[in-house]
Design a protein around this ligand. Sequence first.
Ligand code: ADP
Ligand code: MG
Length: 357
Amino acid sequence: MSEVVLSGVVKRYGRVTALAGVDVSVPSGQLTAVLGPSGCGKTTLLRSLAGFERIDAGEIRIDGNRVAGGGRHLPAHRRHIAVVPQEGALFPHLSVADNVGYGLDRAARRSDRVEEVLTLVGLAGYGSRMPHQLSGGQQQRVAVARALAPRPSVVLLDEPFSALDAGLRAGLRHDVREALRADGATGVLVTHDQGEALSVADKVVVLRDGRVVQADAPATIYREPVDAWVAGFVGDAVLLPAVVERGTARTALGALPVTGTVTEGPVTVLVRPEQIRLATGQAGISASVLRHDFHGHDALIGLRLDDGTRITARILDGGPPCPVGDRVTVQVDGPARVFPTQAGPDSATSVLVGLAA
Ligand code: ADP
Ligand code: MG
């Protein structure tokens, strides 16, 4: 188990600043997800941690020992960090057991460590198979077992599930999280998939343009995003212009109680689609149904309020039918979160509806 701390880390490639002063602390024995859109610096952060890149400023410490920065650059093989890459990482001509035992000394290879980590990843008894005899998901499990085998201080996973089917991915990421936990490993998982980060990590670090914008527990990131961008990146978001008066926001959805750092005056409010409740012929704001996207467990309903504002509601399967064209009324459950409105030429009239796909 090891704590990893990055302070003020800067990494440039020529004129591109990939990391612009990153502060991250990775708690020992936990899984921390680094979440951000493509190109925000996730892989650079991982490669800097692993020692594959030399940082330009700042420092990286593992258990208090500086491994990078201040003129020091501990080579990758001396950092005791394991990396699980995206795909295709196994030696095709070696058996599963030999792949897993590859980084171990002879004594460790003869011990039961190989079978132990195969068991952790759910592949007990698979040691004599060859990689081509495994599915893609099983191959990634072997890659994780191989990373864990030498008991590294830290395991880094760079979008390790992105090449797999969605259905497989959910089960695999859960099993990998459990394997890391059972082995007491400290993990850093890099992903652009918000569902993945929120569902498996103990802590989520949101990265944008080479900077950390928020680092918190998953539920805090979802419920208390620091700004409208994070709100829309980590989930479906209805963002509305509003005016706060005496602690209440006046919005197109009516007067809403608010949370967050509340200032009086013009603001942007966040309502999650699952906070929006639909009914017919009751009190509330009236709206027409524009869209009905069925997702099995729930459905996303696109609505236009009578003042033209477009919003999205999430209803559970078995809720009101809401066919396209229907008239409904809308009410909001729970408080709205408030962000300062970015000053702009038409910020008072623009309606932001951030909908992550
Ligand atoms: P992510 O993994 O989040 O997609 P990366 O860390 O790969 O992001 O890239 C961050 C930024 O650094 C991007 O603008 C990318 O184009 C740039 N970059 C990454 N690697 C290199 C490199 N070897 N040479 C030049 N630019 C790079
Ligand atoms: Mg990347």
